[in-house]
Design a protein around this ligand. Sequence first.
Ligand code: NI
Length: 177
Amino acid sequence: MTDLRYPLGPMPTPPHLTPEERAAALQALRTLPEALRAAVSGLTGPQLDTPYRPGGWTVRQVVHHVADSHLNAFARVKLALTEDNPAVKPYEEGLWADLPDSRLPPEVSLTLLDALHTRLVAVLYGTPLEDTATWARPWTHPAQGRTYTLDTLLAMYAWHGQHHVAHITGLRGREGW
Ligand code: NI
């Protein structure tokens, strides 16, 4: 039985990546906006308002959540690159997904993600793949009391976008959409 919540398995949090793994993760971030746009292409309003799994977010909420999350990712990357072991700001993703902007058309967040990922990828590509010291720059998650690295951020958010695309493509596959 597949876990509908984690179609790609749990979020990876590796402390360090190889240059090849960094290249693959950067490619995943670069292509995420188009992959998410393709995942929702042609869906009707009622389909967009269908939970991707029983009790889960709707497809519409999933799209807006990716934008919520990756706005935070962009801030976390820039904090990690510019401050000494910054504490990042956790946020209540479930409550964010219930705010009124999560009822907007998905295209609003798809457009936001186009621009956001252009900048996110540009800042990450600014660090050479072999620059181990920069990819090891630390940041701390205060709620977890754990310190991670820039590599961890790259791995987490490359996975995160694909994870939510898989929620939508999985639903479409099961529903025959
Ligand atoms: Ni998420």
